[in-house]
Every structure is written in structure tokens, then in C-alpha cells.
Design a protein around this ligand. Structure first.
Ligand code: FMN
Length: 157
């Protein structure tokens, strides 16, 4: 199964999970890059507002064509209870190219289900597997076993 891990990360947490997944699944990886400045406290506020209002943004061109993969594993940070705006935009733009999907999300606390619901609607597909990780878990190496379980679940399907 040809797989692509696609992710957006504002502050590195989701990137950390994506990099571990890339290693475990031995697959390609694509980082979604937003053209909108989301740094600092103003960027934080703007991002929360954009996510709540289900806004789209302008992304840099992607490198990998999602239609050439059997599975797209999509990772997002949780923003105001929703999928992040750059990932919403990627999914909106590429939905027709997805054959199979799996989702992962990082968050300060809880609320993964709302994000996965957004992602399910945006992809029009039921994910093969989902993984939610809290910031606290990412601070120790224990998240790696959850990533390994997630990867195994994907590979069994
Ligand atoms: C705009 C914004 C809104 C957020 N909203 C939530 C939230 O509703 N619930 C939560 O648990 N964490 C929330 N967070 C925290 C992020 O989900 C968390 O820090 C995540 O791991 C960041 O991933 P990243 O480092 O890949 O950007 C929010 C962060 C930002 C920037």
C-alpha cells in the first residue's frame, strides 16, 4: 500500500508525530505550508477565529499528488475544537483524490472527536484509524507506542 503522511504544524507537536509515523510506515511525507502568518499571539487569535468560522486559507503548492497514493494519513493540531484551517483547506482542495484516509490530531487537552468529525465530513470517507495525542504525552517517549499501534491498525486494513 502506497502511503503519504500529510500534516500541518504551527508549533512542532504535530510535526513530531508525523516524523515518527513516516519512520514507522516508511512512507512519503508532505508538510502543508500556509501563506498566512500565524505566529505569535495575534497569529494564535487569528487561527482560533479562522478555525471556529471554518475558514479556508491560501496554501503553498504541494509537492506530492495525493491521487497517486492508496492511503493519505492526515495530521492536524486541534484549533478551537476544530480541524486547523490549513488542513481544512488541504482536505477541501484534494478530497476527490483520496482513496483511503487515516487521521491524527494533537491537542493541549481533549476534544479529538470534534476534529475527527470535521475530517470525516471533509474527506467524505470513514478513516481506517484515528489517533489523538495530548501535548503532555508528546513530552515523553510514550507517544511512540501509540504511534506504533496506530500504524499497525492502518497496515492491518
Ligand atoms: C488557535 C489555537 C486553538 C487551539 N485550541 C485548542 C482546543 O480547543 N483544545 C485543545 O485541547 N488545544 C487547543 N490548542 C492547542 C493545540 O491543539 C496544541 O498545542 C497542538 O498540539 C499544537 O500543534 P502544533 O504544535 O503541531 O501546531 C489550540 C492551539 C491554537 C494555536
Amino acid at each position: 500500500m502506497k502511503m503519504l503522511v500529510v500534516f500541518y504544524s504551527r508549533t512542532g507537536n504535530t510535526r513530531k508525530v508525523a516524523e515518527e509515523l513516516e519512520k514507522v510506515l516508511e512512507c512519503d511525507m508532505e508538510e502543508i505550508i500556509d501563506t498566512k502568518n500565524r505566529s505569535g499571539s495575534l497569529g494564535y487569535l487569528r487561527s482560533g477565529r479562522d478555525a471556529m468560522n471554518r475558514k479556508l486559507t491560501v496554501l503553498q503548492d504541494v509537492i506530492n499528488d495525493p491521487s497517486s497514493y492508496d492511503l493519505i494519513v492526515i495530521g492536524t493540531p486541534l484549533w478551537a475544537g476544530h480541524v486547523s484551517t490549513p488542513v481544512r483547506t488541504y482536505m477541501h482542495q484534494n478530497q476527490a483524490s483520496f482513496k483511503n484516509v487515516a487521521f491524527f490530531c494533537t491537542a493541549g487537552g481533549m476534544g479529538f472527536e470534534g476534529t475527527f468529525k470535521d475530517m470525516k465530513e471533509l474527506s467524505g470517507k470513514t478513516p481506517l484509524a484515528t489517533l489523538g495525542l495530548r501535548e503532555k504525552e508528546l513530552k515523553s517517549a510514550s507517544y511512540k507506542s501509540k504511534v506504533a499501534e496506530f500504524a499497525q491498525e492502518i497496515q492491518m486494513k
